[in-house]
Structure formats: structure tokens, C-alpha cells
Write a protein that binds this ligand. Structure first.
Ligand SMILES: [Zn+2]
Length: 324
């Protein structure tokens, strides 16, 4: 069976294939979409289908021809993926220089050469600067596909040199059914927990994150009701640093604020917590909910596990505990 693209990315896949069908590849494309949706895998599949000599009726690569075998072993010469080095979060200048040098050589095959660069919004200034000339002066038979998770962080000089593919709305229905196909039975709860990102939801599901979320939420209620030591709560949060706990807590408070002002459960993020959220709003005033929400939002800006974050979490927990 051929590997396929994630169902929520179908409009992006169709757009890319329009270029292929018309044999009108642009010099540079910029795909904008949030992290955890699988854009990199999509571009890899596309690059594979471009080099495949035997694509099927869905335009997917056959996986068996010589080009596919090379592609799958990572040795196909006319595809490159430029990304941050292991353990780094930014793309530095060296791999970009090496890329530019390699582009001055001809393609090895007569199929379009595809270069993927991601995440282009996390590129160091010199690296993106050195890419400008390449974006401006096309290399024959070569398409650069840049992926950015946050368009606002992409330099205008890069943006203006690329055709933009963005703003296809992704249907959460296809994400939920995909998660269920993987075996996840609480697909909506996990998608909410991952802030709408299906691949992050899958990772959270694989580590049973809903159980940890429920445990921390129970503790949080205990702190608010002055039944649990606030420092025991913050310590537990800090130990679970593999999860975005401050973002989770902010979503409980946001839900409580919505619930106490509208009584409607429709727009809640944590619909599965509704009855416990009601306990929360019976315990805390709206004013206090807002104050705690602001505080935890500030904390969420720190990287998980930093010492600063622990101190701030301690203070936050004590504020949750305090009668106002
Ligand atoms: Zn093939």
C-alpha cells in the first residue's frame, strides 16, 4: 500500500499537484501552517511523487521504482530537506550555504528538483539573507518549498519572493476520524488537549496524557478548595514538564470564564470537564478567574521546565489557594 497524505491536508496536496499536472512548477513556494499538522511529511510525499516514474491514479508514488527506492533510502540526489540540526531549533547559515553550492550543479535526473526548508520562520538572519538570491534567480528545474509555522516571523524579503500557500481551513472532522483510525478512543479530548493539532494529539494519546491532565485538574480543584498544599500541586506540575501544563491550566480558566458568563458549553475547549468546571466557578469569583488566567498566560511564555517557571508556578499555586 502507498503511504498517503494526512486527510486534513488534502487541499494543500491538490494545490501542489496542480503545479505537477500542468508542469508549471514555481521557483519558490511558501506553505504556512501550524506545527503538528504534518506539512513536512506532505512535501516529502509530494517530492517522492514528483520523482517516481510510476505514480498511481491518485498521483501517489509507487514505492517500488528505482527512484522511489532511492528516495526512501534518503539517497535520491534531487531532493533535499534543510532543517535545524539535531538538538537545535534554528536553521543556521552553513546548511544554506551548502545548499546554494549544490544548486549550482545540474540536476541528476530530468524530473523537477525539490528542496524543502522548514521551519523557515526559525532561520537565523544570515541564513535567510543568503537564501534571497537563490529565491530571486531560479535554478532551472528546481522548486524550493519553504514551510513556516508563523507567517509573521518570516522576513518580508523572503515572503515577497515566494508564492504563498496558506489559509486552507482544516476540517477537524477528518482529524478526529484519523485519530480514531489510529486507535484513539477519546479523539475530541486529545485534539482539544493538543490545541487542535492532530499530530500533537496523537503523541499525547500515546502517552495517556488525558490521565495526567485529569490528575492535575483534580489537584487544581483541591488547591482552589484549600484541600491540597499549593506547593505539592506546583511540584507535580513541574514534574510533568513533558506536557504543556500552563497552557492546559489557562484553557481551564478560559473555559471557566466563558461558562460563568454565558452558561453555554458550546465553545468550551474542555467539554469533558464541564461538571468539574462548574465546581471551579462556584468557588472562584470571575475577577479572580481573570487574574489567575492572566498570571498563567504569562507563565506559559517560559519554556517548560525552566527554573523561573517553577518559581512562578509556586506563586501561581499560592494565589489559587489564597482566599481573596
Ligand atoms: Zn515509484
Amino acid at each position: 500500500m502507498n503511504a498517503s497524505y494526512y486527510p486534513w491536508l488534502e487541499p494543500y496536496w491538490n494545490k501542489l499537484h496542480e503545479y505537477k499536472r500542468q508542469n508549471a512548477f514555481p521557483n519558490a513556494l511558501l506553505i504556512v501552517g501550524k506545527q503538528g499538522f504534518g506539512y513536512e511529511a506532505l512535501v516529502q510525499l509530494f517530492a517522492n511523487s514528483v520523482c517516481c516514474t510510476n505514480t498511481n491514479s491518485d498521483e501517489l508514488a509507487c514505492g517500488e521504482c528505482d527512484a522511489c527506492q532511492m528516495f526512501n533510502s534518503g539517497s535520491y540526489p534531487d531532493f533535499k530537506y534543510i532543517k535545524p540540526e539535531e538538538g537545535e531549533s534554528t536553521i543556521k547559515i552553513l546548511p544554506v550555504r551548502q545548499l546554494i553550492k549544490s544548486l549550482s550543479l545540474s540536476r541528476q535526473y530530468d524530473k523537477q528538483r525539490i528542496i524543502m526548508i522548514s521551519p523557515v520562520d526559525e532561520m537565523l538572519y544570515q541564513a535567510s539573507n543568503s537564501l534571497l538570491k537563490t529565491l530571486e534567480e531560479p535554478n532551472e528545474g528546481t522548486t524550493l518549498i519553504l514551510i513556516a509555522h508563523d507567517l509573521a516571523k518570516v522576513p518580508a524579503t523572503i515572503r515577497s519572493r515566494c508564492q504563498l500557500i496558506s489559509s486552507y481551513s482544516s476540517s477537524s472532522v477528518s482529524m478526529l476520524s484519523w485519530l480514531e483510525e489510529q486507535g484513539c478512543q477519546q479523539s475530541q479530548a486529545y485534539l482539544n488537549l493538543a490545541n487542535g493539532s492532530p499530530l500533537n494529539a496523537e503523541q499525547l494519546w500515546l502517552s495517556n496524557a488525558v490521565d495526567s491532565r485529569n490528575e492535575v485538574f483534580e489537584m487544581f480543584l483541591g488547591v482552589v478548595n484549600q484541600k491540597i498544599d499549593p506547593l505539592a500541586f506546583s511540584e507535580r506540575c513541574f514534574k510533568l514538564k513533558e506536557y504543556p501544563l500552563s497552557i492546559w491550566i489557562s484553557s481551564w480558566l478560559a473555559d471557566a470564564i466563558v461558562l460563568s458568563s454565558t452558561k453555554s458549553t458550546e465553545s468550551l475547549t474542555n467539554t469533558d470537564l464541564t461538571s468539574n468546571l462548574k465546581i471551579l466557578i462556584n468557588t472562584l469569583h470571575l475577577r479572580k478567574l481573570f487574574a489567575l488566567f492572566d498570571e498563567i498566560l504569562e507563565i506559559s511564555k517560559f519554556e517548560a521546565g525552566q527554573v523561573n517557571q517553577q518559581l512562578l508556578l509556586d506563586k501561581f499555586a499560592i494565589n489559587c489557594f489564597a482566599k481573596d
